[in-house]
Design a protein around this ligand. Structure first.
Ligand SMILES: Nc1ncnc2c1ncn2[C@@H]1O[C@H](COP(=O)(O)OP(=O)(O)OP(=O)(O)O)[C@@H](O)[C@H]1O
Length: 274
């Protein structure tokens, strides 16, 4: 079964789509124990758009995000990120594409405890840069071949200042609050200027004030820097920061809400549950 939302072809042709999922099916396991988590999901994500994915527990939200981001394989269907069909890539090329073209923010921050905030922020860009150097890539911040990064210092400074992290760069994760750690994770995700920033319950471990700060920054990354954000959330307040909400139920997209408000999201969820 296909979802009712088809990729908008005109935008695709203009190259304005950051990600496109077409008829994505995901089945876990085989035989009697098989669980079909996604039943033919199609959706398009325009560049510079902030999309929230909502739905009841078990509806397939995380599975969909993981399939979109190449963190999980699809059973059938395709996912195109920045013009590349990631379902056709080898594991090595997919890992490289994830580093270079996608950003990730998870509920649990996922920072390396032994690294400072600055080292954590630079980590993904550094790994991407190292690979490019090996491949003879010419871009990078320094030419000494030791610490080449796929990032410009100006962009690093812009992100660090916008996220209010200037005074925290030498701190390790254990020395920072949850909100500060998540802002470090957002900075790390944005440093390579990804085609898509994927966020899975990014405010799930934060108090409401820290959560609002992180969401506000994701919003301004979209508005000011034309970043593309796809975020799974249970929280109508978080979803109201997005440009649209896709609602999943039982592995299918069943509804879509543009310009969501908290009340409108609540109303749609009540309708789905009722
Ligand atoms: N690795 C797995 N193996 C088997 N089944 C899985 C696996 N991951 C997810 N599922 C099943 O797929 C379905 C969708 O799960 P998923 O985690 O995507 O839902 P969700 O909407 O993100 O749920 P929640 O809001 O509770 O996090 C569920 O029935 C779940 O039990």
């Amino acid at each position: 079964m296909s979802s009712p939302i088809a990729p908008p072809t005109a935008e695709h042709v203009r190259g304005d789509l950051a990600a496109i999922a077409t008829n994505v099916v995901k089945t876990y396991g085989t035989g009697d124990g098989a669980v079909t988590a996604l039943r033919g999901v199609s959706a398009a994500f325009a560049r510079g758009q902030f999309t929230a994915i909502m739905g009841p527990s078990g509806s397939g939200k995380s599975t969909f995000l993981h399939c979109l981001a190449g963190l999980d394989t699809v059973t059938s269907g395709t996912v195109v990120i920045g013009g590349v069909d990631i379902t056709a890539l080898s594991r090595t090329r997919l890992t490289r594409l994830r580093r270079e073209r996608m950003g990730f923010v998870f509920q649990s921050f996922n920072l390396l405890p032994m690294l400072t905030a600055e080292e954590n922020i630079r980590l993904t860009a550094r790994l991407a840069g190292r690979r490019a150097r090996r491949a003879g890539g010419a871009w990078g911040r320094r030419g000494d071949g030791v610490d080449q990064e796929w990032v410009d210092q100006e962009w690093f400074d812009t992100i660090v200042d916008a996220l209010g992290l200037r005074g925290r760069l030498r701190h390790r994760p254990a020395e920072m609050s949850g909100g500060q750690q998540q802002r470090v994770a957002v900075a790390r995700a944005l440093l390579t200027r990804p085609d898509v920033l994927f966020a899975d319950e990014p405010t799930g471990n934060l108090d409401s004030r820290s959560g609002a700060e992180v969401l506000g920054f994701l919003r301004s990354a979209v508005d000011s820097y034309r970043q593309t954000v796809v975020m799974v959330t249970h929280d109508p307040v978080a979803a109201a920061h997005a440009d649209r909400v896709l609602f999943l139920a039982d592995g299918t997209i069943v509804d879509e809400l543009a310009a969501p408000t908290i009340d409108a999201v609540h109303a749609r969820m009540r309708r789905m549950e009722g």
